[in-house]
Ligand binder design. Structure first.
Ligand code: SF4
Length: 338
């Protein structure tokens, strides 16, 4: 059982909308250290890492961390460390070779039957292990005119059944843009499903507001949301209530996690994560091994350890709470089970 005495949530006015929370996310590494009462030895690493990939942490997520604990598993996901400077053989800037599969600006077509649309270049939180930490978003942010080209691609390929909104975080886009895009997608007869890959309902649960539920609830497309949660302490009551609203709007909720050293590399934590996900009406889907992205080698867990963790996890959980341990290998037709 995790015990924590959370730090107070800093509010930014009476109408603390998700947009205000996003705008006021912590972007200064020293501020992050100061708010969590970390001593000055952490500052140089935090500043050096921030220069490579900027710090971004919303207050709602910060409030679930333990002050004074540099090893807090939520903080570890967002605090830049000295280790990010190290060059490690095999760890590269585009580990999934996404540039090879960019069929149109902002459209990645890797797998049969589904395409991924870079819907927003921004995230609400910057995760230090992110495989897209070097992604050239500026080259892939389509304008309204470029969306026409993207939508044409989808119209012409009748094998595409599913559009995946990704990013960045697609829910960092505003509801007017998202509503427009979903209207365009649902007018394509062969499209059946809309999938969103997002961390926003976890890091700013207020994102699940009436404006979002309006466009999401009214589409004819089947809706799947794949959340990204790595540790049970990420799921507090506000996340559970956001998930309830999504479920009421007919959204199937799945979760993908990344196996991360110092965050969730224990059977106890992974079992507790699955239990907590199910309490929030989310099914565990994937447990990814780390994509070898430059700057994140200190999070890596070797394959044998990953396999033995999952084998032991299987002895403690019912099958429906078991995530699939996978690796993404560039050029493969699907994720590869380990
Ligand atoms: S929210 Fe997802 S895309 Fe954004 S930094 Fe984190 S892992 Fe990367």
């Amino acid at each position: 059982m995790i015990t924590r005495s959370p730090i107070p949530l800093q509010r930014h006015g009476s109408a603390d909308t998700w947009q205000r929370q996003l705008a006021h996310a912590i972007r200064d590494p020293r501020e992050l250290c100061r708010r969590l009462a970390l001593d000055a030895q952490w500052w140089p690493g935090a500043e050096a890492g921030h220069a490579l990939f900027e710090v971004r942490v919303p207050e709602a997520y910060l409030s679930r961390m333990r002050p004074g604990d540099p090893h807090d598993p939520l903080l570890r996901q967002v605090l830049p460390l000295e280790a990010e400077q190290q060059q490690t053989p095999g760890f590269v800037s585009d580990p999934l070779e996404e540039r090879e599969h960019t069929a149109r600006r902002g459209l990645i077509h890797k797998y049969a039957g589904r395409v991924l649309l870079i819907t927003s270049p921004a995230c609400a939180i910057n995760c230090r292990y992110c495989f897209r930490r070097h992604f050239p978003y500026e080259e892939n942010a389509p304008s309204r005119a470029q969306w026409a080209d993207t939508l044409d691609y989808l119209r012409q390929d009748t094998s595409i059944r599913e559009a995946i909104l990704s990013g960045g975080d697609p829910l960092a886009a505003n509801d007017r843009q998202l509503g427009w895009l979903v209207d365009q997608l649902e007018a394509i007869p062969h499209l059946k499903r809309l999938r969103l890959h997002t961390r926003l309902p976890v890091v700013i649960p207020d994102r699940i507001d009436d404006a979002l539920l309006d466009w999401l609830g009214r589409t004819r497309l089947q809706k799947v949301m794949v959340l990204h949660i790595n540790h049970p302490a990420e799921i507090d009551d506000s996340v559970i209530s956001a998930c309830q609203r999504l479920r009421q709007a007919g959204v199937t909720l799945l979760n993908q996690s990344v196996l991360l050293s110092g965050v969730n590399d224990s059977v106890t934590t992974l079992a507790e994560l699955s239990e907590r996900l199910f309490e929030a009406d989310i099914l565990p889907y994937y447990l990814h091994v780390l994509d070898p992205v430059e700057g994140a080698a200190h999070f890596d867990i070797d394959d044998d350890t990953a396999r033995s963790l999952v084998a032991e996890l299987r002895t403690t959980l019912p099958g429906f709470l078991m995530p699939r341990l996978v690796r993404e290998i560039p050029g493969e037709a699907s994720k590869t089970p380990l």
